[in-house]
Design a protein around this ligand. Structure first.
Ligand code: SAH
Ligand code: F3S
Length: 464
């Protein structure tokens, strides 16, 4: 029946929504590119789409609920025209069973199998449901795919590693995205050059743990046993080498990266950031907790003392560097003393900004299976509110330091709140808005900061 419905269509349009982290947004660009090459047509209009794809992350329970609600709201589309629903990304791997029992979902594809998406869609158009998600691929890094990027944008993401080897006990990523794989450095440089030719002015290198990027001659697993052999042969390219290469090869591109794991960030990387003016002076350094007891339970592989030492090192080598964090409250066995340790760590560091969450157990992870989710919900929320309020104070403290100073801003677009203002960021990744007079998107300008909120600097153009 489906086969007939789809065979009468001259063009098959697909529509895609991304949920979750930057990695997912970057994956969406890969999926769009694969589908366009295979004869499908991209639309941003839901109403005309025949293939509706939800590319979703599964890091926290909240996303799962968002996706379920979104599907309910979209299901009427199936009645109006031939429409297929597909779930892509991490969520398809973690929710395999539930999805295969749903009438609404026609197919699922995990993050390592996007190249199969055209054939899976065709099977679904013939009425065959496919829940292709159980495996993870040891080699796929999509290094030969040129991701689709929207026109008129000047900043872009670029994945350099996929998966993660760290096995933090709360985290589902190693299960949904598999072991860490580093991408061919030459394909990264080529893509970055291409982006620059197309008018992009800033690129963010993405990975769950960019500092453990390691290339030893072929796509795929970074096996410790090979590490030694290749280091001896000097064939290895690590994250600091990669940053160096990119900064030199594409000298007018602003380069950012995320995420750095405190355990893997080396002094060499810090030196490299300080050496190149086009590598942005911002480090996202998730700490998760200020308590050694909790860090150990999380299997984070660093202590509070080592983390604080790293912060000192960063600030001594790059004094102007901004630092942001991820912190999670209410992890298993977290008591008030542990929470106070987190607060005292925040007070010591005074981060520029951060992302804060309360722990949600994810099926399949070590903490879900072996530890007790024993912090009551209301305490999780109370602690979360406390750290959010504290961060706000620290953000304001840091932002005020910019008042009266001149900042170099890359203009990215109009401010969402007021189209009479430009919106951009400085090297520290701090948002700056200022009234439009001259200039255009993509230009780098010098702006005097005159005011701030906890999240935004407000400036004015320098008199010429
Ligand atoms: N690779 C990054 C983290 C990626 S996940 C790192 O090195 O830390 C982004 C953030 O989501 C994490 O830093 C953590 O704070 C949060 N997170 C991950 N799993 C979670 C869970 N089960 N419950 C609540 N927050 C979680
Ligand atoms: Fe997750 Fe820890 Fe890796 S948070 S993505 S297992 S660094």
């Amino acid at each position: 029946m489906n086969e007939k419905k789809f065979s009468i269509l001259k063009k098959i349009f697909f529509y895609i929504e991304s949920y979750g982290c930057q990695m997912n947004i970057s994956d969406t660009e890969i999926v769009i590119s694969i589908l366009l090459k295979n004869g499908f047509f991209f639309t941003e209009n839901l109403k005309i789409a025949n293939i509706i794809l939800l590319n979703s992350c599964s890091i926290r329970n909240k996303v799962e609920i968002t996706i379920k609600n979104r599907l309910q709201r979209l299901k009427y589309l199936k009645k109006e025209k031939p429409t297929l629903f597909g779930i892509l990304g991490c969520l398809s791997n973690s929710m395999k069973k539930k999805f295969s029992n749903s009438d609404l979902i026609d197919f699922t594809i995990g993050p390592d199998f996007y190249k199969k998406i055209p054939s899976i869609i065709r099977l679904s158009m013939e009425g065959k449901k496919t829940f292709h998600n159980t495996f993870l691929d040891k080699k796929e890094t999509y290094s030969n795919i040129d991701p689709f990027r929207k026109k008129n944008k000047i900043t872009s993401f670029l994945s350099i590693t996929r998966g993660c080897d760290n096995m933090c006990t709360f985290c589902i990523v190693p299960f949904t995205r598999g072991r860490e794989k580093s991408r061919d450095p030459y394909s990264i440089i080529k893509e970055c050059e291409n982006l620059y030719q197309k008018g992009f002015k800033e690129v963010t290198l993405l990975g769950q743990n960019v500092d453990s990027y390691l290339w030893f001659g072929s796509d795929g697993f970074k096996k410790t046993i090979y590490k030694k052999i290749y280091t001896e042969n000097k064939k290895i390219i690590d994250f600091s080498n990669l940053l160096d290469l990119l900064a030199v090869e594409i000298p007018f591109m602003r380069i950012r990266f995320s995420t750095s794991n405190p355990h893997d960030m080396s002094p060499k990387v810090i030196e490299t950031i300080s050496k190149h003016s086009n590598i942005c002076k911002h480090i996202h350094l998730p700490v998760q907790s200020g308590s050694n007891k909790i860090l150990k339970l999380m299997n984070r592989k660093y202590t509070r003392e080592k983390y604080l030492f790293l912060i000192k090192k960063i600030r001594s080598i790059i004094p102007e560097c901004s630092i942001s964090h991820d912190i999670m409250t209410g992890f298993c066995n977290e008591d008030e003393k542990d929470h106070q340790q987190t607060i005292s760590l925040m007070n010591e560091v005074k981060y520029n900004y951060g992302y804060m969450f309360s722990y949600s157990p994810r099926p399949g992870t070590y903490s879900y299976k072996k530890l007790k989710d024993n912090v009551p919900e209301f305490i999780k929320k109370k602690r979360l509110k406390e750290i959010i309020d504290l961060q706000k104070n620290h953000s304001i403290f840091q932002m005020k330091k910019y008042i009266g100073k001149i900042q170099e801003v890359l203009i990215e677009g109009e401010s969402k709140k007021n189209n009479q203002y430009w919106y951009g960021r400085n090297t520290q990744n701090i948002v700056i808005v200022f009234p439009k007079k001259t200039y255009k998107i993509g230009e780098t300008v010098f702006i005097k900061i005159i005011d701030c909120t906890s999240a935004t600097l407000i400036g004015k153009e320098q008199e010429k």
